[in-house]
Design a protein around this ligand. Structure first.
Ligand code: PLP
Length: 616
């Protein structure tokens, strides 16, 4: 019995959020003319760009911003919540200009602001945040950063400095006293006893790195009062950690924060008008409906926020606060995808053609393996398979002891590989299917650096949806692990028996095979490392309408010289050294030296990714 040919949609309906569709076997963007991503890639590559490619889709930024505001505003209406809904984007999630330009443009109509956590981010916010949209500043601050806050205020920004400790508040108050400049708004990060969850859940909880305890909070209010600045205290802030998997910790945090807000109002903080819920809205990365990573909807979050805060405010008889959110991952993740060409398949040599049995003198166990291979069928599959695995163990031992030669060993490897494949093909009921798939997995060498483009996979084991851009009308049959092109054994996405990845058995001589990694727009770009000196990939912004698509803002990946310059090499010296060595080489004839140098300089102007691994 053969398996039914069901094509694989790679869990698109789980993680895809209706952003992509599969049409005629190709991944298409689900908007306007539904262009195929492969067409964009082909067009960009036809202009000579090689290596991995990061595509930004601005309409997906728009979609997420719209979703955020409309969902919360819908809940406000439903619960007759009188506070406003406002939001800022935390710059740490993606500060790249290719993204921020889109974000600012799309956020305009909502008054969407920015959150900064460092001086450099604050400068970005001061330069690009649209007038009247809020800026919030979190993270530890020194005098200089605080003074930037005062300057921002004078520039007309609606800026809130969120203090992480009492020392910061002292500095702010002293600075104001000394200069007499107008105060920026003061926010206070509160330390909740509620902790977040998951691999990112360290931001909340009583031992978290950030926030003031209740005792410190009361001290802060006293300090503000004493210096006549209590009216600048406008916001309390918390953040329970990124990629919230479950809504329960947020609900607990809301109850806690809502009561703290009400208590502070009662202590006379009359201008305290906002609660900033931080970020943490989760993104569904799972390709398998049975192991989803997010168990709530945005509407559920918005409803809970309105309901809980409203009831606390009613109980304690205080005004309903404005609600701020700082979600970053939710806004940025979906807009970017990374496309990387497959360069090579490493296990293709395990085919029948490669088998090189001896005319005579094959070890008996090898002959036996050959018989098993020829006669394995649906009924005997399990038994024959186990026999062959047994034989392989014995044959490998015989090789170690010097009784069989390399040719015998090679035949053993090929035959066992073929037997497993045939067993999987003929016997659907085999209980150990995925373990077997793991044994015969194909290693796909993919032209990208995991450290540069998917650092959270390396650092946290965060998985990203991956699928080929075409051939989706055919069932992928090869169990796959992915190797990146760094020289680091960590640069591998292994085959997992619980969540197996299958790809197509392709011949790269017949054409390219591209893999796309989705949801890479949050954190990955700036956390990306230049391990082995691979740099940020070539990127392009693609706008789509009913007629087709437009590629704009194409930014090539850095050249070899730029990469060296970036880590502080004197690149003219690098070039001088190369030239000197070519000129004194005895192996290069004098009349060839110019050509060799020209060739070398050409390479220096190209990026560090591979073009192809074979000389065709
Ligand atoms: C990182 C961070 C965010 C953003 O978190 P996401 O999980 O990306 O939404 C928001 N606020 C603060 C204070 C942060 O540190």
């Amino acid at each position: 019995m053969r398996h039914k040919e069901t094509p694989n949609d790679y869990g698109l309906s789980v993680w895809g959020g209706d952003n992509f569709t599969i049409e005629n076997g190709r991944v298409c963007v689900n908007i306007g003319s539904h262009p195929a991503i492969l067409d964009m890639v082909t067009e960009i590559r036809s202009d000579g760009y090689r290596g991995p490619l990061l595509i930004r889709l601005p309409h997906l930024v728009d979609k997420q911003i719209e979703k955020l505001y409309s969902t919360f505003n819908k809940a406000r209406k439903e619960y007759k919540y009188s506070g406003k809904f406002r939001a800022v984007f935390p710059l740490k999630v993606n500060q790249f200009p290719g993204f921020i330009k889109i974000l600012i443009e799309k956020g305009q109509r909502y008054g969407y602001g920015l959150e900064a956590g460092s001086k450099a981010e604050l400068i970005l916010a001061m330069a690009y945040n649209q007038d009247s949209a809020p800026i919030t500043v979190n993270g530890f601050k020194d005098e200089e950063m605080i003074s930037l806050g005062f300057i921002a205020k004078e520039m007309g920004h609606d800026i809130t400095l969120t203090i992480e400790g009492l020392g910061e508040l002292d500095t702010i108050l002293e600075m104001q006293k000394k200069t007499g400049d107008p105060m920026p708004n003061i926010g206070i990060r509160i330390r909740l006893h509620t902790a977040g969850m998951g691999i990112w859940g360290k931001s909340g909880g009583i031992n978290s790195k950030f926030g003031l305890t209740s005792t410190e909070l009361m001290r802060a209010v006293r300090l503000l009062k004493e210096s006549g600045q209590l009216s600048s205290f406008t916001m309390i802030h918390f953040h329970i950690g990124s990629q919230m998997e479950d809504i329960a910790p947020l609900k607990r945090a809301l109850r806690e924060a809502g009561n703290i807000y009400a208590e502070l109002r009662k202590m006379g903080a009359d201008n305290l008008k906002s609660i900033n819920l931080g970020g943490g809205l989760g993104v569904e990365y799972s390709q398998d409906a049975r192991s989803k990573s997010v168990s709530y909807s945005l509407q559920e979050v918005a409803n809970d926020v309105m309901f809980l805060l409203k009831s606390i405010c009613e109980n304690k008889n205080v005004e309903e606060p404005d609600i701020f959110t700082e979600s970053g991952r939710f806004i940025a993740a979906s807009h970017a995808l990374l496309i990387a060409p497959v360069l090579e398949l490493f296990s293709q040599e395990y085919n029948e053609k490669a088998l090189d049995l001896k005319e005579k003198g094959n070890p008996p166990l090898v002959s036996e393996l050959y018989d098993l291979y020829r006669t394995i069928n649906e009924k005997n599959a399990a038994e024959y398979l186990h026999d062959s695995l047994d034989h392989m163990e014995s044959l490998l031992t015989l090789f170690d002891l010097g009784y069989i030669d390399l040719q015998d060993r090679s035949n053993t490897e090929i035959l066992v590989h073929l037997i497993i494949k045939k067993a999987l093909d003929t016997a659907a009921h085999l209980s150990e299917r995925n373990q077997l798939q793991q044994r015969i997995q194909e290693k796909y060498l993919v032209n990208f650096s995991l450290f540069q483009s998917l650092p959270d996979y390396w650092g946290l084991g965060q998985e990203f949806p991956v699928m080929p851009l075409d051939r989706l009308e055919t069932k992928p049959t090869r169990s796959a692990s992915l190797w990146d092109i760094t020289c680091d054994s960590d640069g591998e996405i292994t085959f997992k028996t619980k969540r197996p990845l299958f790809l197509h058995d392709i011949n790269l001589m017949d054409g390219n095979y591209f893999l796309a990694f989705f949801l890479v727009g949050a954190y990955q770009e700036v956390l990306g490392m230049r391990h082995n000196l691979f740099s940020h990939p070539t990127e392009a912004v693609v706008e789509i309408d009913d007629e087709g698509y437009h590629i704009r803002d194409l930014k090539p990946s850095a050249s070899l010289l730029d990469i060296l310059d970036d880590i502080d090499y004197d690149t003219t010296d690098v070039q001088r050294q190369l030239k000197k060595r070519i000129e004194r080489s005895e192996l290069i004839p004098e009349d060839k030296r110019q050509d060799v140098l020209a060739e070398l300089y050409l390479y220096l102007s190209e990026n560090s990714y591979l073009k192809t691994t074979r000389l065709v």
